[in-house]
Design a protein around this ligand. Structure first.
Ligand code: BGC
Length: 576
């Protein structure tokens, strides 16, 4: 389908609102996985630029790119070897500039990765540190010890591969600290030279024009004896310094905190609006899956009750899936067992403390469930992030190692290599998904463009409806405890607009009675059809709902309500 560019993001000349991230809808993509323009089997910046119209026409307003820097790619690029360059397989700085310009021309913001907790062991800083004398300034760029029992209160994150957070370096003849893979030594943020170098990296990309930086793994920047080495006050001091540098030199840019922690531990990453603008809401995500499978809103309602308020200019980032495992770190042991039993029956679907599957397979390809989960994503408080391919209902391949099963090539067509690459199939960085029911022959962009009822076309509509109402991005979140716990009901209010969202988590039809006394006389108008529903009266407001159905209403006065479709037009009746 050819669609004119910028149709959905046509405000490219509008001055940027400093709170743009509150109204954003983010599309998360890996350059490697999207489109291979030069036929070497790996996606690249030229390919991504080619496909920007597709992204813009989804209606999203920002892109989050996974790491694209020179790297041995042992952790898919989160093992960075050089910070201020492009991995040659993905292109060069010129290609990146062209991409950035083309994205901006379509009204798309670009968020990139600032991975500063660790580098690759191939980074020149580490190579210099390991060969420098013990105790020297160069050695001091990383965290070393002669005693691998130091910081013993610290958990291991990659439980499937690592036995310790320390590894022996035969060149340095000391142990080095790493919270992730042993090939990713942690930088030493007690050393001011490290912070200065990191701020310079930050400047490099911001000067280039990127609009935001996702701060990877930031709870782990600082280590202290006798603690769990997470969320330490000194870490917040580092972040405040970074934010001060950002604010001093740049406008309308953004820090997005990746802090996989409980809400009270994440809140400090917003600081007093002097640390990160946004942070992922990790604990909400698994609870959306739990609520769906249990057909009970309680997990969602409880975690939202446990979520403290955040500063007015800050924002949650919410998501259903991403490039990692569906993390189960922020649930109880019992809840984790439940999630594994329900969503990862085959042990191969599990990795570390989580589940390596995509959205559609997690939901057994249930169209109604996929729609409901996306509707929640677009209506719960925060800025939604859509993981590439999930707009098509792409599948996964958990036989691939690590988390690679959710990072397979984007499925464009039913042609060679799913239209991702002209290379020999054997040369692709990853096999494409071939087996039914997720194989690229059936699940691909071209096919879904042809069918009006496709998930892709529905997703565009969903994004479009969300974008018409700022209350979704900026409004209050007010749960309504209706009698039927299979139905999740909440209001979102912003500047005179009131939205009512009603979600049936059950696979069966349900009814719900709502106490809407405050809105007596108002009319709920369906956001999708503009159809008015019956006026709110004295009695509890009754709604009936189909399996996994959802309603989005705006509540308006009777005078503001549009005429109901399907009711006889009095004028027409008179004429006949
Ligand atoms: C990223 C992972 C990565 C890890 C270590 C995480 O926060 O999302 O993909 O493996 O950091 O760099």
């Amino acid at each position: 389908m050819t669609v004119p560019i910028t149709t959905r993001n046509a405000n490219r000349n509008a001055p940027t609102d400093p709170l743009w991230y509150k109204d954003a809808i983010i599309y998360q993509v890996h350059v490697k996985a999207f489109r291979d323009a030069n036929g070497d089997g790996y996606g690249d910046f030229q390919g991504l630029t080619e496909k920007l119209d597709y992204i813009a026409n989804l209606g999203v307003t920002a892109l989050w790119l996974l790491p694209f820097y020179p790297s041995p790619l042992k952790d898919d690029g989160y093992d960075i070897q050089l910070y201020e360059a492009i991995h040659p397989t993905y292109g060069n700085i010129e290609d990146f500039r062209e991409f950035l310009e083309a994205a901006h021309a379509r009204g798309l913001k670009v968020i990139t990765e600032l991975v500063i907790n660790h580098t690759s062991d191939q980074h020149p800083w580490f190579q210099r540190a390991r060969s420098a004398p013990k105790g020297s300034p160069e050695r001091d760029w990383y965290v070393w010890s002669d005693d691998p029992k130091k910081y013993s209160g610290t958990r291991i994150i990659f439980t499937d591969t690592e036995k310790s957070n320390w590894s022996w370096d035969p060149v340095a003849e000391q142990f080095y600290w790493h919270r992730f893979f042993s090939h990713q030594p942690d930088l030493n943020f007690d050393n001011p030279a490290v912070l200065e170098a990191v701020i310079n990296v930050m400047r490099f990309w911001l000067k280039m024009g990127v609009d935001g930086l996702r701060l990877d793994a930031i709870p782990y920047l600082i280590e202290r004896d006798g603690t769990n080495c997470e969320n330490l006050p000194e870490t917040h001091v580092v972040l405040k310094k970074m934010r001060a540098a950002l604010d001093a030199e740049f406008t309308n840019r953004l820090f997005l905190a990746e802090a996989n922690q409980w809400p009270p531990d994440v809140i400090p990453y917003f600081g007093n609006s002097d640390e990160c603008h946004m942070a992922f809401h990790f604990p909400l995500m698994p609870r959306m899956y739990m609520a769906l499978r249990r057909e009970d809103r309680t997990p969602i309602v409880e975690i939202m009750q446990r979520t403290p308020p955040i500063p007015a200019d800050c924002q949650w980032a919410i998501f259903l899936r991403n490039h990692d495992e569906l993390t189960l770190e922020m649930v109880t042991d019992e809840e984790r067992d439940y999630m594994y039993n329900e969503y990862a029956t085959d042990p191969r679907m599990r990795i570390n403390v989580g589940i390596r599957r995509r959205l559609a397979p997690l939901l057994d390809k249930g169209r109604r469930q996929i729609e409901l989960m996306n509707a929640l994503l677009m209506s719960m408080p925060g800025t939604p992030i859509v993981y590439y391919g999930d707009e098509l209902g792409m599948g996964d391949n958990y036989y691939l190692g690590d988390r690679n099963g959710v990072r397979t090539p984007m499925q464009w067509t039913d042609g060679k290599n799913a239209g991702f690459s002209e290379a020999d199939s054997a040369a692709l960085y990853s096999p494409v998904i071939v087996d039914p029911p997720y194989g690229f022959q059936g699940i691909n962009v071209a096919a879904q463009e042809r069918v009006k009822t496709s998930l892709l076309r529905w997703m565009r509509r969903l994004v479009g409806v969300r974008k018409e109402h700022r209350a979704f991005g900026r409004g209050t979140f007010e749960p309504i405890q209706a009698g039927n716990k299979r139905v999740l009901v909440f209001m979102r209010r912003f500047q005179g607009e009131t939205l009512l969202c009603v979600n049936n988590l059950s696979r069966y039809a349900q009814f719900v009675e709502l106490d809407l006394a405050e809105f007596h006389g108002c009319v709920p108008v369906d956001l999708w059809s503009n159809q008015p529903f019956p006026q709110i009266g004295e009695l509890p407001y009754l709604l009936t709902m189909g399996p996994h159905g959802f309603y989005w209403f705006r509540l308006v006065s009777a005078e503001e309500a549009p005429p109901a479709a399907g009711t006889p037009d009095p004028g027409a009746r008179k004429k006949s």
